[in-house]
Structures are given as structure tokens and as C-alpha cells.
Design a protein around this ligand. Structure first.
Ligand code: NOJ
Length: 650
């Protein structure tokens, strides 16, 4: 057996269940710090811990260990929906009860969980006679990682929130704060992602290179300059470090979910959803959000789209631009948006009852433009309005570079932003409403606790096509943003050559996204007539691919280059495989040994030999053949291309 807990005078070593990961907690001359080893090799060298507190002494030193507590936890968690039905939650946990041995004699608990593929720790500050409330000036957590490592990053504190292209850089270049998940490759070939789990009522963590050339924490500030005002007892989110031997292995790290609490209540009513929308027609300039002769969200259009959804075999319809507030410059005017008043040409009750009769779920829409005060005043009424009309899904939006909260401009990912998003999730849960949040707070796995939070955006999505997306973008996402959970990337745009929003993908790749980019609410984003009139055969894949999976097996890939993943359906024995590549064409052999015994009918949608995202995106081959677990498939991915495969048990 492994020794789970070795002690010397100043160090405690905590080993993961299989002994490969070691977390070392150090208490030297009253200072706390930690390091992490994988296979006995240092991954994180000694790194500082603690806080600067406003108006008080720092919470970093003068500590003594009052008691340490160790336990082993073994559990398999069942998830109601997602990329995997079951995830592992096996770890060694140590809690270090600390007390300052000088005035003001505060107490704090440092808790760490060591998994076989991750470490996570958090600070817990219990209530104490002298302190009921703290204002955090800085969280001082460091991550002392080899400076010669490679990092994949997007910048924090920028006007477009998380919507940036990923950049590969040296750790030396991480001078400005970057968002997490922050994916890193060490010179000895290990992959890690620094992230957080269970972010509640605290500023989101960003990471930058500090003065000592060590990665440091930069908690998103409030407009008053502090990082957070917290009531005791208080615990930080888990500081999570996912660890893997390869980039592809990193992509199925589920520790983030395991670190979140079980569902708070009965969520058996939650269903994942595939939907079309009164949406892309606005992006390509055919319709408008605002009322007028080209208004998209009219009663008539909504009914036409409901009919189309029925014909296409899709269960949901999103309607944007239905409410008062889109006239003129909607970004400027959003402060007056009304969430219970429709435009004159849209009758919500009529549309909702038509949708009900046709068994189509409506996806409501609230574009707040970040005017939180305006939105929160209407929140309860707005959710009631949808609930009363039998609407169980809402897409929310927070366009704009900052939020307006309590009359102050705040970051979306500040403590007050985090608090607002949480309020919407909890209120929606009460009303049996599922959310798809655009311009969200990043994912930290809270959908384990609040399964009605089916999806979020939180990265550059396909609305940036038409110049601001390159084929490599979707090859970065699985290794970076998607480590934080599913994303509404608005897949399935087939009108690739349209002149307003020219896409940088092939057609086959548009359906590959339904497998490579998981989302509990998956949008087939193009206009229905494009699917029905031009590509009905390709659309079959979108109709069939599930939105919840039994098991996910990443097969092949490298960060920013390509990604190939297989997923087993939950409610059938079918498998779905998707692959995407960057600008480089690729030929891959896929062994099918993950299939169960017996024959499968494979329908393969792949790029034609002369396909190219730039000038020949529609060249697609659709072939069907019988395969079994001893077979392999050879596939070609064109520049900017991809493939999708459906494997159905015969
Ligand atoms: C940005 C969202 O990402 C997009 O999906 C939405 O259509 C617009 N805001 C308008 O709300």
C-alpha cells in the first residue's frame, strides 16, 4: 500500500489513491506553501499560499498547525446529463487546521484533495469572534511552474470578456493576466490546466506571471478595488490543477465536476435540448432583431419555424428580438430593455400555444446588455412570464464590455457578476427553467449542483465567423475552454459561402462540431430552409446526434492542431465520432476497438479529397458500411475540415 501521509517537521506529503500524484503541504517558520509532484517529478515547485486582507495583517504567516485530518474518499458520481454518465470521485483529502500564534490569532483551514489526475485545494475561513466579515485585498496563491513551459491563453479584463483567439506562448510571456482554464505543457512533457471549481460569491481567478517569475493569482477586482467582500464562514473556490501525460488525456478530466456538490434539489425535470432559432438570419442581415419590415421575431415567422422544427425533427426553437428594447442602438439602449413586453407583431401566448400543440419547446431570450440593475428588477416577473407560457428554456445574454451593477461598472467575472449569474440559475431552477448563458461567467462545474444550467458560451463562437475565426480556433477549444464544461458554439451553419458571414470551415466540419464541442443545449444554428432545401442528407446527422452521452473517449489530437473524439449515446448503443483539423489536411486511422461485439452500420460524413475551407467547402462524401470492433476506418480531413460518423448497432 502507498503511504498516504508522510510527515516531517515541516512537511506533510499526501499521495493520490494510486500513488502517482503527491501534494506536499509545508509550514515553515509560520509560512504556508505547497508543491506538487507527478511520478516523483516536480510539477509545481514550492509556491506561496494565503491572502492580503484589507485593513488587517496578511493571512500568510505566524501559523501553527493545530491538527491535521486525513481521509480517503471513493465514489462514482452519476450525472443527469453530459459528456459522461458516470465520473470518478476518488481522492485522498487532508485538512490542515491552522491558527495564528500571534495577534490577531485568526484561524483558517487549508483543505486539499489529491486525485490520480488532479490536485485541488481551497481555503476555508471559519467564523471567529473578532471577524464576521473580511475584505480580500489579494489572494496570494502561487503556481511555481517551470518558466520554460508552454502556455495556451486568452487575455483577461478585455472588452470581449472570454471571446478571444487562443495564443500559444512561453510562460515568460504571461505578463498580463489570462483567464482559466490555463493550459500548460511543461518541458518534461506533462500537461496541466490551472482552473477553479465551484466558484460562488467570489471574484473569478485569473493568472499572470508575478515579479519572482512565478505564476500568481489575480482575482478579478470589484469597482472599489477590493477582490471580494465575504461573510464568514467563507471558503474559496477549489484551486484545481488538472494533470495529464498528453493533451488528449487532459480533455476528459472531470475533477471539476467531482469537486462540486451534488444537485441541490430535484432536477429530474431537466432535459437537454437541440434547437433551431430565429437567429442566424439576423447575423446574415436577412432579418433584424428590431421591429420593422424585416423583423425576425414575428408571430408568423415563429410559427413557420415551429413547423420547420417539426419537419426537421428538432425539439426546440429559440426566438430572439421578441421583446421591447431592440430599436436603435440596442447596446446603448439596453438599459431600458423590457422582459415582459413583446413587440406589437409578436404574440407570445399564441406562439407558445402553437409550439405546445406541435411539441416544440420554446427557448426564450433575455439580452440584458449587462444592465444588471434593470434586469434584476424584472427578473422574477420575466421568469414567471415565460414559465406561465410553458417555456422551460431561456438563453440569456450579457453583451457589452462591463456590467452595470448597483450603479457601478463591474467586470462580468467579478464577485458581483458571479453573484448575479448565480441568482439567475437558482431562480430559474425554482421555476423549472433551464439556462443557456451567453457572455457568461466561465464554467466551474456548478452545473453538477444546478443541472438546469445546461450550457453557456464563454469563448469566441461561430458568430465571429466572417473574418475573426480561423480553422485552428475550434482545435484549441477542447484543450482549453472546454475543460470548463460544455459550450454553445452555435454549430451547424451550412450556408458557408454567404457573403456577410463567410465561414472558415468545410461542411463536414459543421456537423463534426456536434461531437467535438459538447453542449447540453445544442443549436442547429442555420436557417431551416438551408437544411431542408440544400443539405437534407447532411442534416440527418444533426437530427440523430444526441445531446447527452454515456461515455466520452478522446481518440487523437494535439492542441490547436486537431481533435478526434468518440462518444457513446446514453439511450442507445450508438456511437458518434467527430474530428476537426486546423489549416493542415490530415489522414487518420481510427481503430474501433471501443465498440461492443456485433456489427454496426457506420455512416461516414467526410471531406471530399479536394475539399478546402477556402474555396471548396461543400465537397463532402457520405458513405455507409458495416464495421465491427476489429475494424478500423481511414479518414481524410481537408484544410479547415473535419468528419462525423454515426455508428448504429445492426
Ligand atoms: C451575443 C450572443 O452571443 C448572441 O448569441 C446573441 O444573438 C446576441 N448577443 C444578441 O443577444
Amino acid at each position: 500500500m502507498f503511504k498516504l501521509f508522510a510527515r516531517s517537521n515541516s512537511e506533510r506529503h499526501i499521495l493520490s489513491p494510486n500513488g502517482t500524484i503527491e501534494f506536499i503541504f509545508m509550514l515553515k517558520s509560520g509560512h504556508i506553501s505547497y508543491s506538487v509532484h507527478k511520478n516523483s517529478k516536480p510539477i509545481i515547485k514550492p509556491s506561496a499560499l494565503g491572502f492580503n486582507i484589507c485593513g488587517e495583517a496578511a493571512l500568510t504567516s505566524n501559523f501553527r498547525l493545530v491538527r491535521a485530518h486525513l481521509r480517503r474518499h471513493t465514489e462514482t458520481i452519476e450525472l443527469p446529463w453530459g459528456e459522461d454518465h458516470y465520473i470518478d470521485n476518488t481522492y485522498t483529502e487532508a485538512a490542515f487546521y491552522l491558527a495564528e500564534d500571534k495577534l490577531p490569532r485568526r484561524i483558517m483551514t487549508f483543505r486539499v484533495r489529491v486525485f490520480d489526475n488532479a490536485v485541488a485545494f481551497r481555503y476555508e475561513i471559519p467564523p471567529q469572534p473578532k471577524f464576521q466579515r473580511l475584505s480580500i485585498k489579494d489572494e496570494l496563491t502561487e503556481y511555481n511552474i517551470d518558466i520554460n513551459s508552454t502556455v495556451w491563453k486568452i487575455p483577461a479584463y478585455q472588452p470581449d470578456r472570454y471571446e478571444y483567439n487562443y495564443e500559444r506562448a512561453s510562460l515568460y510571456d504571461l505578463k498580463a493576466p489570462a483567464h482559466t482554464p490555463l493550459t500548460i505543457r511543461t518541458p518534461n512533457g506533462y500537461y496541466l490546466a490551472i482552473h477553479e471549481a465551484a466558484l460562488y460569491d467570489y471574484g473569478s481567478m485569473t493568472i499572470k506571471l508575478g515579479n519572482k517569475n512565478i505564476l500568481t493569482t489575480d482575482i478579478t477586482p470589484l469597482s472599489d478595488g477590493t477582490k471580494a467582500h465575504v461573510n464568514l464562514p467563507f471558503q474559496t473556490p477549489w484551486r484545481l490543477i488538472m494533470l495529464a501525460d498528453s493533451a488528449i488525456e487532459l480533455t476528459t478530466n472531470r475533477a471539476m465536476y467531482a469537486l462540486n456538490d451534488p444537485p441541490k434539489g430535484d432536477f429530474s425535470w431537466v432535459r437537454t435540448l437541440k434547437f433551431i432559432g430565429i437567429w442566424w438570419a439576423m447575423y446574415v442581415g436577412e432579418w433584424t432583431w428590431a421591429p420593422g419590415d424585416r423583423h425576425g421575431a414575428t408571430t408568423e415567422h415563429a410559427k413557420q419555424y415551429i413547423d420547420a422544427a417539426v419537419r426537421l425533427g428538432i425539439s426546440g426553437l429559440l426566438i430572439e428580438g421578441w421583446n421591447e428594447g431592440w430599436e436603435g442602438d440596442w447596446l446603448e439602449n439596453g438599459i431600458h430593455n423590457k422582459f415582459t413586453i413583446t413587440t406589437p407583431d409578436f404574440d407570445l401566448e399564441d406562439v407558445a400555444s402553437y409550439a405546445r400543440r406541435h411539441h416544440i419547446e420554446l427557448v426564450g431570450h433575455h439580452e440584458t446588455v449587462g444592465f444588471i440593475d434593470n434586469y434584476e428588477r424584472q427578473l422574477e416577473a420575466a421568469y414567471n412570464y415565460y414559465a406561465a407560457n410553458g417555456i422551460h428554456y431561456i438563453k440569456t445574454g450579457y453583451a457589452g464590455s462591463m456590467m452595470l451593477i448597483g450603479g457601478h461598472r463591474e467586470y462580468h467575472h467579478s464577485q458581483l457578476g458571479v453573484r448575479h449569474y448565480q441568482k439567475t440559475v437558482e431562480l430559474a431552477a425554482q421555476k423549472h427553467i433551464c439556462l443557456d448563458i451567453h457572455e457568461p461567467i466561465k464554467g466551474t462545474g456548478i452545473e453538477r449542483t444546478w443541472p438546469n444550467l445546461l450550457s453557456r458560451e464563454g469563448a469566441r463562437g461561430q458568430e465571429y465567423e466572417g473574418g475573426a475565426l480561423s480553422p485552428s480556433h475550434a482545435c484549441y477549444l477542447p484543450y482549453t475552454r472546454l475543460l470548463a464544461g460544455g459550450m454553445d458554439y452555435t454549430n451547424g451553419i451550412f450556408d458557408i459561402m454567404n457573403s456577410v458571414k463567410r465561414l472558415s470551415t468545410t461542411l463536414a466540419r459543421q456537423i463534426a462540431y456536434f461531437v467535438t464541442i459538447y453542449s447540453g443545449m445544442q443549436m442547429a444554428a442555420d436557417r431551416p430552409f438551408i437544411y431542408e432545401d440544400r443539405f437534407p442528407e447532411v442534416f440527418n446527422f444533426i437530427r440523430n446526434v444526441p445531446t447527452s452521452f454515456e461515455r466520452t473517449l478522446p481518440l487523437l489530437g494535439e492542441i490547436g492542431e486537431y481533435y478526434i473524439v468518440a462518444r457513446e449515446a446514453r439511450d442507445s448503443s450508438s456511437w458518434y465520432i467527430g474530428g476537426v483539423t486546423n489549416e493542415a489536411p490530415r489522414r487518420v486511422h481510427l481503430g474501433l476497438d471501443f465498440l461492443s461485439d456485433g456489427a454496426y452500420e457506420a455512416t461516414v460524413y467526410s471531406d471530399g479529397h479536394d475539399a478546402h475551407y477556402r474555396d471548396n467547402p461543400f465537397a463532402i462524401n457520405i458513405t455507409t458500411k458495416h464495421v465491427g470492433k476489429t475494424d478500423s476506418l481511414e479518414l481524410y480531413l481537408a484544410p479547415g475540415g473535419g468528419f462525423a460518423i454515426e455508428l448504429k448497432k445492426v
